[in-house]
Ligand binder design. Structure first.
Ligand code: UDX
Ligand code: UDX
Ligand code: ADP
Length: 465
């Protein structure tokens, strides 16, 4: 008989753990879901009486939290207690790229995962199913299993891999109606029993034919592969965008033409200033690192090119701004519309805006940032984290605005870095009137009506045109 899950714990209340657990709790009122995190401020924000103040901005998420929180969804810093109570524990902590030692800049840093495994081993007094939710290098499950079995209290563990495929900005939608849910587990009877227990959780709202089951390694590798393929499409269209600019072809026309081929498909063909986000770069670097560690040079080089192209796209955008502004931006005000790595999220990890800003700051530009969801502290955190210049220097050159019209006032140029819908609705005549002339606009997301803006008097540059 399959074990029925009644208590779930999730370690890590971030962009993945928070929304995923909120939806599980919403759809499974009979399961008590406790999300724990070491970060007290983050947990306090998840518990804010006003659900508009939860730490992750996602359309529809505050409503889901309002529905389930206090009923069967709880946020807490009591990690041990939640582990002890739960039958199933999700590990959803961050796995950033290593910043030190072997594999620096490439491999995933697994120290947070290992800490979780050791904590579970120390606390657990009865059998547990441990689910890897974070993106992990292939065969991490084995390491987690080793730690659990060798340091634990003699209880039994089953390890499952259940990679998350939600995209930020559409997390709630993606969780409510996923293309598929993927669950990997051991092929032993005990492994299959654990796997079925998780299938039963998702089956509360996901049609069974969309719940795919496989072995652990295939599941882990599928996550890296999915992100590598998606990022590859963006780099492919971005590579063509540069060729379009030279030849007079229009990249949106090219994308439309190829997207109607059902073998190619229309999605993920938007040329941009470069992809960002916590997953694409990290997962590809991880894939490259794994391939290299098996001596597969051609495989590693092939995937690394996706990153090289993305870096090129970001620096090419920045260089074009400098070149267009008569080869000098020193002391000029350049307004950045958007700082997040895509619209409808407050997440800025690996955002193209950070790298474009960094390149312009090297040229001593003054940057005026407006983003509807990203606070000033995050902008400075991102720039300081690069370590290119002192925090004081960043403070001196960068100003944040809460009003887009103020951000653009007296600017020599505007750069659109994120495709927020509101940018389309601005009074562009008013913005133009208050800018230095010639008024340059660099649209890194192809979202504004370039013909209308050109009529107003803007000098518009759009990627791939
Ligand atoms: C291709 C294009 O599909 C077609 O639109 C264009 O007009 C001409 O070039 P073709 O070369 O006839 O058509 O066949 P296609 O089915 O595309 O296969 C090309 C090669 O790729 C074959 O050797 C095929 O075996 C191989 N292939 C295709 C794979 O190895 N794996 C696949 O998943 C698909
Ligand atoms: C991605 C995967 O889509 C998701 O399945 C996985 O779980 C996590 O990583 P996410 O990073 O949240 O999700 O957003 P995504 O929509 O994939 O966008 C990633 C980046 O690519 C963004 O910077 C986006 O602007 C850029 N992008 C996307 C383009 O530049 N062009 C496109 O056509 C699509
Ligand atoms: P993701 O996008 O993968 O969800 P985030 O950085 O948004 O990544 O969230 C990961 C969360 O995991 C952070 O809030 C961090 O504080 C938390 N975390 C990391 N290690 C531990 C741990 N050992 N115990 C509890 N929480 C942890």
């Amino acid at each position: 008989m399959n074990k029925k899950i009644t208590k779930i714990c999730c370690i890590g209340a971030g962009y993945v753990g928070g929304p995923t657990m909120a939806v599980i709790a919403q759809k499974c009122p009979h399961i008590k879901v406790t999300v724990v995190d070491l970060n007290e401020a983050r947990i306090a924000a998840w518990n804010d009486p006003n659900t508009e103040n939860i730490p992750v901005y996602e359309p529809g998420l505050s409503e889901v939290v309002a529905e389930a929180r206090g009923r069967n969804l709880f946020f807490s810093t009591e990690v041990d207690k939640a582990i002890d109570e739960a039958e199933m524990i999700f590990i959803s902590v961050n796995t950033p790229t290593k910043t030190y030692g072997t594999g620096k800049g490439m491999a995933a840093d697994l120290k947070y995962i290992e800490l979780c495994a050791r904590q579970i081993a120390r606390v657990a007094k009865d059998d547990k199913i441990v689910v890897e939710k974070s993106t992990l290098p292939v065969r991490t499950a084995e390491a987690v299993k080793n730690i659990l079995q060798n340091t634990g209290n003699g209880v039994n563990y089953q390890i499952l891999s259940n990679p998350e495929f939600l995209a930020e900005g559409t997390a709630v939608e993606d969780l409510h109606a996923p293309d598929r849910v993927l669950i990997g587990g051991d092929t032993t009877p005990e492994g299959q029993e654990a796997l079925n227990a998780l299938v039963e959780v998702y089956a509360n709202w996901v049609p069974r034919e969309r719940i795919l089951t496989t072995n652990l390694w295939s599941s882990e590798l599928s996550k890296l592969t999915a992100n590598a393929f998606l990022a590859q499409r963006v780099s492919s269209i971005n590579a063509l965008s540069e060729l379009c600019e030279r030849t007079g072809a229009d990249v949106t026309e090219v994308a439309r033409s190829i997207g109607t081929d059902s073998r190619i498909g229309p999605k993920f063909l938007k040329a941009s200033v470069g992809f960002g986000g916590s997953c694409f770069q990290k997962d590809i670097l991880n894939l490259v690192y794994i391939a290299r560690s098996y001596g597969l040079k051609e495989v590693a080089d092939y995937w690394e090119q996706v990153i090289i192209m993305n870096d090129h796209q970001k620096s090419r955008f920045a260089n074009n701004i400098v070149k267009t502004l008569y080869n000098t931006v020193s002391g000029k005000k350049i307004a950045f519309l958007g700082w997040a790595f895509k619209k409808d999220t407050n997440d800025t990890r690996e955002s193209a805006a950070i790298y474009v800003a960094d390149a312009l700051l090297n040229e001593e530009a003054g940057i005026a940032v407006y983003d509807p969801k990203v606070p000033e502290s995050q902008v400075f955190f991102d720039l300081d984290y690069l370590g290119t210049r002192s925090a004081d220097k960043n403070k001196q050159l960068v100003t944040n605005y809460t009003d887009p019209y103020e951000a653009c006032k007296d600017a020599h140029a505007i750069a659109i870095l994120t495709e927020w819908d509101e940018f389309k609705t601005y009074d562009w005549q008013r913005i133009f009137d208050n800018m230095k002339k010639p008024a340059f606009l660099f649209d890194g997301r192809s979202i504004v009506d370039s013909a209308a803006l050109t009529d107003i008097g803007f000098k518009v540059y759009t990627i791939g045109k």
